[in-house]
Design a protein around this ligand. Structure first.
Ligand SMILES: [Zn+2]
Length: 164
């Protein structure tokens, strides 16, 4: 790929992430705190997942987006309540579930179930040992939505949610 059109595309991508001045920012993410950015990312991912789900198909993307929305919702709470700083959140995907348990958002059993679900999806769907189904996409989207709403209620910050 070196010295080809791919190399050029890679350079362009690097530049896009390095020189951000004057770029078009995603709406609803221009909030004052790191915690709210995580919350709004979850809102936007859920909205994107709902939109794709209505289009019929795209189950893999809906499942992936749902998992990431769960992560962002939990990260929002951890940051909002001061259980974590920005750097603390740069860990493995499943680690956030243990952090959520430590912050008393849910039990160890619940955290372990989430981690198990994530590992199963990674192992099977992501690497195409099995193909994602409509039922899995619906179940994951419902779960991500429930986690999101629960955390908003728990933090009494429903008004910060931009989900439709
Ligand atoms: Zn929301």
């Amino acid at each position: 790929m070196d010295n080809s059109y791919v190399d050029e595309a890679l350079t362009d991508a690097e530049t896009a992430f390095r020189q951000t001045r004057g770029q078009t920012a995603e709406s609803d993410l221009d909030v004052s705190t790191a915690a709210l950015v995580q919350l709004r990312k979850a809102c936007r991912l859920l909205e994107a997942a709902r939109t794709l789900r209505e289009q019929n198909g795209y189950y893999t993307v809906v499942i992936e987006a749902s998992f990431v929305a769960v992560e962002h919702s939990i990260q929002f709470y951890l940051l909002y309540r001061g259980h974590a700083s920005g750097e603390d959140l740069r860990y493995e995907h499943t680690e956030v579930y243990q952090q959520g348990r430590a912050a008393n958002l849910f039990s160890k059993a619940f955290a372990d179930c989430l981690a198990q679900l994530w590992k199963q999806n990674r192992a099977k769907v992501y690497y195409r040992e099995t193909v994602a189904s409509a039922e899995q996409a619906d179940a994951m989207l419902s779960l991500a939505d429930a986690v999101h709403r629960y955390i908003l209620d728990y933090a009494s910050l429903q008004y910060e949610c931009v989900c439709s």
